[in-house]
Design a protein around this ligand. Structure first.
Ligand code: HDD
Length: 713
């Protein structure tokens, strides 16, 4: 059993296991794959220096053969991602609900591997696409591997796995011209969404700031489906899983997202890597919402419907553990690319429900690994191997890496003494929950799934004013990119079912009217004999006025740890103020970056040289969380003549960031579009670092939003 380490030593069983498979080429001679020492890897074997290459050249053939097969198919969804190792610790046992060791043993430290991702884009696409983010956690538990394969939003687009290929085909680049990449803003997606109103709830989350996170480290995670917990007595409770980030939930604006995509399309990947490399380990709490089986039908929606969340105000989230990511992978391909998550990987004490989306996923993930990883033995790849030993009679096939001993590969057997032997439930053998089933076999959708409007409306009502504005802008942008008016009209009618003012604002931006009705029923195209009624959206209900927990305005605003602060400097900048500000920010674990008109070194007014982190030519304002400009006449004069520097300041203001100017630094402010803005809660002129720090912790000054809109950059 992996025990919690008392010291800083966090080495886990998984880490030790991976270490055995890690190859270190340092101080080693170059060899072929067969171990033959190589003395030339630069030229092929030829008939004379200018002659034809010989077929005999086995060295060339081996090298090129490997190169020709280096790529594997990318994931059909969630192709773009980044991952890290870490651990999970239980802080409170929930023994009364679950017998899983991971939920009962508070002394354990369970190794995890977590992969974050976007959904729609290809492997090389931008991190900052407006999209759902995947949040997949592999727990290497003592009882076998458990995968919680979730997203950063608590609901999903569709209710039945049968529709997943349609959803994905609609959002992926259009099949005739393969446009657009990593973007939902196109006709086929909105054609599908507007004909499939069950998508609305997840869709409005994507239109909100949740669709463009500031960092993977600043996202919530959700298991989405209702799962079951099973205790020692065999009793079941329903459960929803939540990950809550220590740093709070924060996002960038759409204008920034677009610009970050150009300035650094690896922004989230780099952010995660750099934070871990700097010892700033991202951390989440694991929370559960637990519902007694007897309460299954007490809700205004169906617990099996994955397009519904249970408001935290209705069932509070109980925090039971913490997850820390403390190690970057050694090799992206071997670990991050080859990791295979399977929602079907569970352990005793956790079980599924009949959520029809979850049921389909149980098949799909195992199946897809065959196309992606090429062999059903993908579980033997080091990153996918459990930390428990695996013994069974499954044998052979492509890329078998083990050498199973003995005469038998069947059960029952007497020739091997009945081994590998079966385990009773008391010995930890897995037993599916004995759910009573008495039903007709039928291809339909339960009518209890038909409420498509109440929760998108609840989400929208719960947002702060600035969040609502962002949603209206996002709808306007996305629909503005569609070419077909009938699709936009259908969407406007649907948005009006969420909120009429929202629909009116979007319609105005599109130069259209919100239609009073639509010609044909929504979801008309469900199939010849299909149960059209079951696919029609029900009437909107208001069972909860607001759910404040859904708004990012109510997240954590405590820390500035890992926030990137741009210090704009040129030769001659004043040390007065600079040093105190730098020390104060670094004390709070923020990252100070010196940005200057040139690379190399920059000299302050006391003659000291300081290393420039980025020349202003190579960086952009959108990559930083806040800006500080120290004084120094010479420095400010130089910066004031640099138009990129003025743009840097204008953009930081536009994006509502905290900004501080010292002494002559204020002259730079005058040259910018901001001029002399006073009474701005995140704009500081010769003020104490303390105030600047608390403004950075608030992430953005959204009160500035209207004024900021007017800034043209
Ligand atoms: Fe899925 C990958 C999350 C529904 C089929 N999915 C994948 C990943 C995440 C999710 C995070 C990336 C895992 C990784 O990092 O390797 N998917 C979800 C969530 C869903 C969901 C939260 C609904 C609640 N997915 C879903 C359905 C199907 C799939 C209904 C098919 C019926 N998903 C896949 C897949 C992928 C995948 C095609 C692609 C690569 C992979 O599995 O390993 O099988």
């Amino acid at each position: 059993m992996a025990k919690k380490a008392d010291t800083g030593d966090t080495k886990s069983i998984k880490q030790e296991q991976l270490k055995r498979d890690t190859v270190d080429y340092q101080d080693k001679p170059m060899t072929t794959r067969q171990g033959l020492k190589v003395n030339d890897t630069n030229s092929s074997l030829k008939a004379g220096p200018r002659g034809a290459t010989l077929l005999e050249d086995f060295l060339l053939r081996e090298k090129i053969h490997n190169f020709d097969h280096e790529r594997i198919p990318e994931r059909i969804v969630h192709a773009r991602g980044s991952a890290a190792h870490g651990y999970f610790e239980l802080t409170e046992s929930i023994e009364e609900y679950s017998k899983a060791g991971i939920f009962t043993d508070t002394s354990r430290r369970t190794p995890v591997f977590v992969r974050f991702s976007t959904v729609a884009g290809s492997k090389g696409s931008t991190d900052l696409a407006r999209d759902v983010r995947g949040f997949a956690v592999k727990f290497y538990t003592d009882e076998g591997t458990w995968d919680l394969v979730g997203n950063n939003m608590p609901i999903f687009f569709i209710q039945d796995a049968m529709k997943f290929p349609d959803l994905i085909h609609s959002v992926k680049p259009e099949p005739n011209n393969e446009i657009p990449q990593a973007a939902s803003a196109h006709d086929t997606f909105y054609d599908f969404v507007s004909l499939t109103t069950e998508t609305l709830h997840n869709h409005i989350w994507v239109m909100s700031d949740r669709g463009i996170p500031r960092s993977y480290r600043m996202m919530e995670g959700f298991g989405i489906h209702t799962f079951r917990l099973i205790n020692k007595k065999g009793e079941a409770h329903f459960v929803k899983f939540h990950w809550k980030p220590e740093l709070g939930v924060h996002s960038v604006t759409w204008d920034e997202a677009v610009k970050i995509s150009g300035a650094d399309s690896d922004f989230h990947r780099r952010d995660l890597w750099d934070a871990i490399a700097a010892g700033q380990f991202p951390e989440w709490e694991l929370g559960v919402q637990i519902i007694p089986e007897a309460d299954e039908h007490k809700f205004d929606f169906d617990l099996l419907d994955p397009t519904k969340l249970i408001p935290e105000e209705t069932v509070p989230v109980k925090i039971i553990g913490r997850m820390v990511l403390d190690r970057n992978p050694e090799n992206f391909f071997a670990e991050t690319e080859q990791v295979a998550f399977l929602p079907g990987n569970i352990v005793p004490g956790i079980d599924f429900t009949n959520d029809p989306l979850l049921q389909g996923r149980l098949f799909s993930y195992r199946d897809t690994q065959l196309s992606r990883l090429g062999s059903h033995n993908f579980h033997q790849i080091p990153i996918n191997r459990p930390v428990t030993d695996a013994h069974n009679n499954q044998r052979d096939g492509h890329m078998q890496m083990e050498i199973p001993k003995g005469q038998t590969a069947y059960f029952p057997n007497s020739l091997s003494g009945g081994c590998p032997y079966l385990n009773s439930v008391a010995e930890g053998g897995f037993e599916s929950y004995q759910e009573r089933i008495d039903a007709k076999k039928i291809r339909t959708r339960s009518e209890s799934f038909s409420d498509h409007f109440s929760q998108p409306a609840l989400f929208y009502r719960s947002l702060a004013k600035w969040e609502k504005k962002h949603v209206a802008n996002a709808y306007s942008f996305e629909l503005g990119k569609c070419n077909h008016d009938h699709i936009k009209e259908r969407m406007l009618w649907i948005i009006a079912q969420i909120d009429t003012d929202l629909a009116a604002e979007v319609a105005e931006n599109l130069g259209m009217q919100v239609p009073k009705s639509i010609e044909k029923p929504i979801n008309q195209a469900v199939g010849a004999d299909a149960d059209i009624k079951a696919h029609q959206p029900g009437k909107k209900q208001i069972y909860l006025k607001k759910s404040p927990k859904l708004s990012q305005a109510n997240t954590v605003f405590e820390s500035i740890a890992t926030r990137q602060i741009a210090f704009l400097v040129a030769d001659g900048f004043a040390m007065k103020g600079f040093d105190a500000m730098k020390k104060a920010l670094e004390k709070e674990k923020a990252v100070v970056k010196l940005i200057a008109p040139h690379g190399g070194m920059v000299t302050c007014d006391s003659g000291m040289e300081h290393k420039v982190d980025a020349s202003i030519m190579t960086t952009e304002s959108v990559l930083y969380d806040a800006v500080y400009v120290p004084g120094g006449e010479k420095s400010i004069d130089r910066l004031g003549k640099n138009s990129k520097c003025i743009k840097f300041i204008n953009e930081a203001f536009k994006h509502c960031k905290a900004m501080a100017f010292e002494d002559e630094g204020r002259e730079l402010l005058k040259k910018s579009a901001i001029k002399n803005s006073t009474e701005d809660k995140a704009l500081f002129l010769n003020e104490k670092p303390k105030d600047f720090i608390s403004a950075i912790a608030k992430h953005r000054n959204w009160e500035r939003m209207e004024k900021a809109e007017a800034i043209a950059v």
